[in-house]
Design a protein around this ligand. Structure first.
Ligand SMILES: Cc1cc2nc3c(=O)[nH]c(=O)nc-3n(C[C@H](O)[C@H](O)[C@H](O)COP(=O)(O)OP(=O)(O)OC[C@H]3O[C@@H](n4cnc5c(N)ncnc54)[C@H](O)[C@@H]3O)c2cc1C
Ligand code: FES
Ligand code: FES
Length: 480
């Protein structure tokens, strides 16, 4: 059984497909059709809804793409839809602002924008323009154009009006906490296909033993696309988002220990504090809706050669805490990617935590090169972790994505750096060595030649940044 609140209404589901999306649930079962379907792949934001969860005595609000969110993940949460924003015939302040600033023409994208703006309104009453842009980064509008929409969102800065949701927050939080206390775990079943929401790692380990064909579900931002785009029908899904042990972010022995169910959004402030270059990369990963759901564990287990975080974790020499049944082991990231989309994850195994070393004084740089700033996959992603002693390289780990069938280190280039000064002359041998490390492919994102040239130039960029020889903005957050 799964229980959640649809706006204010209690919903209990027992029999439903494990891969029923929140969007399909809303449009076909709850018959609330204000939420629209555009792409069904997390790219356009037309389907944006807001999910509220208990936070202290109140609620935290996050925008998510309902097309790639499975309904079972709503257990113990409140699903807020565009139908629920107005109160007593009066538009919500974000809706009124959209009207006042003429932010809608055909209107197809508008419910999604409204819900992203609503989540921002609940989170931050003094948003900067940058924060508004971040909040709307996952919403596409084909006809109005963004200026009036951004103006509408900015006009709400400093708004003192409390909405109907603020008045009910404590009561809703209490209702949600009761659902979780009464039913820490959840499940759904339909025609032999199942969805499980375990509450502990022990339960998860036992479920994986009992259902060897099961697929793990974290944020679903990769997995759900196999359902909506490839029309696959997973037999058993096990959702990790209800497990407290997988939701930790801890500092321990110069490392960050990150639970496998921690979303990018939750991780961001810890990364920006300890590893700013990594933290800024998250600003470039997908959109806010994607970051509100997606996880490091999903990015690693998915093992895409163009995933953004594996190159960084390779450069930092991260370790993966893996559990299979009652057996726990630690796998170094160097041994994790074994082939194209293949990993060393044992059968029935799952990632519990990712241990990320925080280097002391190393030169640590992260670069993502893609065609757009927001919501775009890398052509090349690179992370450099370089130890220097009096200007000379004593150790180097260079992680790359987009250059090979797996995320990979540039071992020849690393060797070519060691013992040389980290300057324009000193990196020449390493730049040449990249051609021995990688034979990238041509595809729609970039040609092989472009990828190699970019990789060479990113090493040079790191030198220029270090020497501050260039006045150009060189941070990952400043260029696409
Ligand atoms: C619109 C859009 C934009 C995107 N942009 C980017 C981008 O810019 N950069 C980028 O790198 N990626 C991007 N992605 C891909 C995706 O968001 C990331 O790969 C994300 O990190 C996946 O995490 P998840 O939690 O959603 O994984 P899920 O989809 O839940 O799972 C992915 C895989 O990991 C497995 N898995 C999940 N948890 C565990 C665990 N604990 N142990 C073992 N296996 C596990 C699942 O079984 C599945 O095989 C984008 C996706 C979308 C839809
Ligand atoms: S329909 Fe496009 S993001 Fe969901
Ligand atoms: S108003 Fe038409 S797509 Fe945005």
């Amino acid at each position: 059984m799964i229980r959640f609140l649809l706006n204010e209404q209690d919903v209990t589901l027992e029999s439903c497909a494990p891969d029923l999306s929140v969007l399909d649930y809303l449009r076909t079962i709850a018959v609330q059709r204000g939420t629209k379907e555009g792409c069904a792949s997390g790219d356009c934001g037309a389907c944006t809804v807001v999910v509220a969860e208990p936070s202290g005595d109140g609620l935290s609000y996050t925008s998510v793409n309902s097309c790639i969110t499975f309904v079972g993940t709503l257990h113990g949460k409140q699903l807020l839809t565009v139908e629920h924003l107005e109160a007593d015939g009066r538009l919500h302040p974000v809706q009124q602002a959209m009207v006042d600033f003429h932010g809608s023409q055909c209107g197809f994208c508008t419910p999604g924008f409204i819900m992203s703006m609503f989540a921002l309104y609940k989170r931050d009453r003094q948003p900067t323009r940058a924060e508004v842009e971040r909040s709307l980064s996952g919403n596409l509008c084909r006809c109005t154009g963004y200026r009036p929409i951004i103006d509408a969102a900015l006009s709400l800065a400093g708004a003192s009006v409390e909405d109907q949701h603020a008045l009910r927050e404590e009561a809703v939080s209490t209702r949600l906490k009761k659902i979780r206390a009464d039913h820490p775990s959840g499940s759904l079943e339909c025609g032999g296909r199942r969805f499980f929401l375990p509450a502990t790692c022990d339960e998860l380990a036992a479920l994986l033993q009992a259902y060897p064909q099961a697929q793990l579900l974290a944020g679903g931002t990769d997995l759900a696309l196999s359902v909506t785009q490839q029309l696959k029908q997973p037999a058993v899904l096990i959702y990790t988002g209800g497990i407290a042990e997988l939701s930790i972010i801890e500092e321990r022995n110069n490392c960050l220990l990150v639970g496998a169910a921690v979303s990018y959004t939750r991780l961001e402030s810890a990364l920006k504090q300890h590893l700013p270059a990594f933290g800024h990369l998250l600003d470039r990963l997908g959109s806010l809706q994607v970051r509100n759901q997606g996880t490091l564990a999903g990015n690693l287990a998915n093992a895409s050669p163009i995933g953004d975080t594996p190159p960084v974790l390779l450069a930092l020499d991260a370790k993966l805490h893996i559990r299979s049944g009652n057996h726990c082991e630690v796998i170094g990231i160097d041994d994790f990617f074994t082939g194209y989309r293949q990993t060393a994850l044992p059968a029935n195994g799952f990632i519990e935590q990712i241990q990320i070393p925080v280097p002391d004084d190393n030169l640590f740089k992260v670069y993502k090169v893609s065609k757009r700033f927001d919501d775009d996959i890398s052509a090349v992603c690179a992370a450099f972790n370089i130890t220097l002693s009096e200007g000379v390289v004593t150790a180097a780990r260079l992680g790359f994505g987009g250059m090979a069938a797996t995320p990979a280190r540039a071992l020849n280039a690393e060797q070519a750096l060691i013992g040389r000064p980290f300057d324009e002359q000193g990196i020449l041998a390493a730049q040449d060595a990249l051609e021995r490390d990688f034979s990238p492919i041509d595809d729609v994102r970039a040609s092989a030649g472009y990828r190699l040239e970019v990789a060479r130039n990113l090493l040079l960029r790191a030198v220029l940044e270090q020497d501050q020889l260039s006045d150009e903005p060189l941070e990952v957050a400043h260029y696409a």
